[in-house]
Write a protein that binds this ligand. Structure first.
Ligand SMILES: [Zn+2]
Length: 135
């Protein structure tokens, strides 16, 4: 099965809000977009609110996420075989619409609370987050 991280497709069409979001990641902060009209918080950020279509400008920092669903994969997102199987999870955040698909550490189980683990050297990409680990 081919596993694509949703966010990779997103990199091509980052746009002004997406660029800021990636810059926040570069600073070591995981954020979500917040609609100024209906206060919906959502991820990945888009320029228009998925609920009311208002234009969105604000990003807010996210705290712990929760692993909703998880699979173990033997290949990376380019189809290359991994040295050892890795866990990929759907991660949701409190009161936040949407979520992220990302690697989680081996000890993480469904239902666990997790936090992002950032690389030392960051370039403003979702891959600046190595994985999510137990909070
Ligand atoms: Zn809205």
């Amino acid at each position: 099965m081919e596993v694509r991280m949703e966010i990779e497709a997103y990199e091509y069409t980052a746009g002004p809000l997406g660029d800021r979001w990636l810059n926040e990641i570069k600073q070591g902060r995981l954020t979500a977009a917040k609609c100024p009209s209906c206060n919906t918080i959502f991820l990945p950020p888009k320029l228009y609110c998925p609920k009311c279509r208002s234009r969105v400008v604000d990003l807010i920092q996210l705290g712990k996420g929760k692993v909703e669903y998880m699979i173990t994969v033997g290949v990376d997102d380019e189809g290359k075989e991994l040295d050892h199987p890795a866990k990929v999870a759907i991660i949701r955040f409190p009161n936040t619409f949407g979520g992220l698909v990302h690697y989680v550490s081996d000890d993480v189980e469904e239902g666990d609370e997790v936090l992002p683990e950032f690389r030392e050297e960051r370039r403003g990409s979702i891959t600046d987050i190595v994985r999510f680990r137990k909070a």
